[in-house]
Design a protein around this ligand. Structure first.
Ligand code: NAP
Length: 486
């Protein structure tokens, strides 16, 4: 497709939609059809990034003093805009990221729900008073915003992840610099646009696209930046965390290697269903996606047989085609990574199905891989240890509950973990035994609520502040304790 002027998307800095001072752009490519350029985005420089940070700093004092009811009204109007345009935004999301259209629409509506949640919850998020002996004194703790905060998001949930970071930042009175993933910038653009249309004053939200190498250091290490909320790979998150000043607050939500344990008393159809949903929806590109299945020996054969029957029946194709179960991988880099791990897995273990680059029926134009299931996977193998972030499941045999827990915990990560069992003792014990920030019992490893805290343990997170729910508001506020006499 020829890209015309109308397909160029601009930065939003200090209340203006602007081109990068570099004059350069980069292309956003449809992973289902690489001949389709979804849009052309600004390849911003450090100078553009400095302008974004400066605009956010200049806008802070006035935004902090803006009545909270007015801040909430802006979030609600932005939610209205997302809901009114959900079909169109979902279509763009699928076109740039690849996930099935129904999941894109869910994501857009969930993002609107997030904005509305914080519009309400932010207005009840206050300090507290402390009882004490002196009748002429009032002792209380007040909360105030931090200042300029930077939001950096990945491509796999390009609307809902920035929404759950930006909404609590804004409602508590912070100003924001938002950098979306270079692999799915259009959805983030639509979120920024919704907030601008909602009535945000200039400088309060600054949207900037460009490569991490060019603009990353400026938006994370500049003096006015008081906090960074980052979601992405453990490698990038740890690098940013090490580089920023000690006084910069960080919230890093990172990678995972999420286990699903299948016990001998599990409903096997349910276990298979949860494996399919957790491992293959979004083509395995969910941070909480199931990548290891720890199956107790006595049910391994029966579980594996039922799983293979379901996996082989999955429909693979463009997310725009109704009824598809698995879309393409989101980027060429992701395709190469996943195929690389499948080669590693073939050397380390036994491939039972899938794992092929698909090219028939026009799929050669996209990044399609058939869902792969490996068995005979042992602890310490790379496919049992490293995050693949693709449609690949590793089946690991376990002797019993204790062995399954030991193997599940034998990882650097701790994002999400699930067990399928009907044993009341294991149902009771699992949350205590598993080293994971999200714990699921007879549920899939994926999925989390807007109003409940979310985050990982170990190298899946900085584990400082949780996202989502009321916990999401804490990250963006600091407290003062006041002793007020007469
Ligand atoms: P990524 O490569 O780490 O990139 C994430 C974001 O960080 C992108 O916007 C990227 O910009 C930016 N970035 C990378 N290095 C940076 C730096 N040094 N300074 C500033 N910004 C930097 O991750 P991804 O491939 O987009 O996403 C997949 C990863 O995200 C997986 O590991 C997955 O587990 C994780 N994830 C975690 C969660 C969670 O809640 N725990 C949720 C979703 C995804 P560019 O695009 O310009 O490189």
């Amino acid at each position: 497709m020829t890209v015309g002027q109308q397909d160029e998307f601009l930065n939003y800095i200090d209340g203006e939609w602007t081109r990068s001072r570099t004059g350069r752009t980069f292309d956003n490519v449809n992973p289902a059809d690489t001949g389709d350029i979804v849009g052309r985005f600004q390849a911003s420089s450090a100078e553009d990034a400095r302008a974004a940070v400066a605009a956010a700093a200049a806008a802070f004092q006035a935004w902090k003093r803006t009545p909270i009811s007015r801040r909430a009204a802006i979030l609600n109007r932005a939610a209205d805009h997302l809901e009114a345009n959900a079909e169109a935004i979902a279509g763009e999301l699928t076109r740039e990221e690849g996930k099935p259209l129904n999941l894109s629409k869910d994501e857009v509506l969930r993002s609107a729900q997030t904005l509305r949640f914080y519009a309400v919850e932010g207005q009840t998020f206050g300090g507290e008073t402390f009882p004490q002996d002196d009748p002429e004194m009032l002792v209380y703790m007040l909360r105030e915003p931090l200042g300029v905060v930077t939001v950096i998001s990945p491509w796999n949930f390009p609307v809902s992840i920035p929404a759950r970071k930006i909404a609590p930042a804004l409602i508590t009175g912070n100003t924001v610099v938002f950098k979306p993933s270079s692999d799915a910038p259009l959805s983030g653009y639509r979120l920024a646009e919704a907030l601008v249309k909602g009535g945000l004053p200039k400088g309060v939200l600054n949207f900037i696209t460009g490569s991490a190498g060019e603009i990353g250091p400026t938006i994370t290490e500049s003096a006015p930046v008081r906090a960074i909320s980052f979601t992405g790979s453990t490698r990038a998150g740890e690098q940013i965390h090490r580089a920023v000043p000690m006084t910069t607050r960080t919230q890093m939500e990172l990678g995972g290697k999420n286990p699903l344990i299948v016990m001998e008393d599990a409903d096997l159809d349910k276990a298979v269903d949860l494996t399919i949903k957790g491992g293959f929806s979004l083509s395995g590109q969910a941070c909480t996606g199931t990548s290891r299945v720890l199956v107790v020996s006595s049910v391994r054969a029966a579980y594996t047989e039922r799983l293979l029957a379901r996996v082989k029946a999955l429909k693979i194709g463009s997310g725009m085609t109704p009824g598809m179960d698995v879309g393409p991988l989101a980027t060429r880099r992701q395709l190469e990574t996943v195929l690389g791990y499948i080669d590693v897995g073939k050397r380390e273990a036994t491939l039972l199905c899938g794992g092929e680059r698909l090219t028939a029926d026009g799929m050669d134009k996209g990044f399609y891989v058939s869902p792969a299931v490996f068995t005979d996977v042992m602890q310490g193998m790379r496919i049992a240890t490293e995050e693949i972030f693709g449609p690949v499941i590793a089946i690991i045999e376990c002797a019993d509950y204790a062995d399954a827990i030991a193997k599940a915990n034998d990882t650097d990560y701790g994002l999400s973990a699930a067990i399928v069992t009907s044993n009341p003792r294991h149902i009771q014990q699992f949350a205590a035994d598993i080293e994971s920030g999200t714990v699921k019992i007879n549920r899939t490893t994926t999925g989390n609520l807007v109003n409940a805290p979310f985050g990982g343990l170990k190298r899946s997170s900085t584990s400082t502040f949780r996202e989502s729910g009321r916990a999401g508001l804490e990250f963006y506020t600091q407290t003062k304790t006041v002793y007020r006499g007469c």
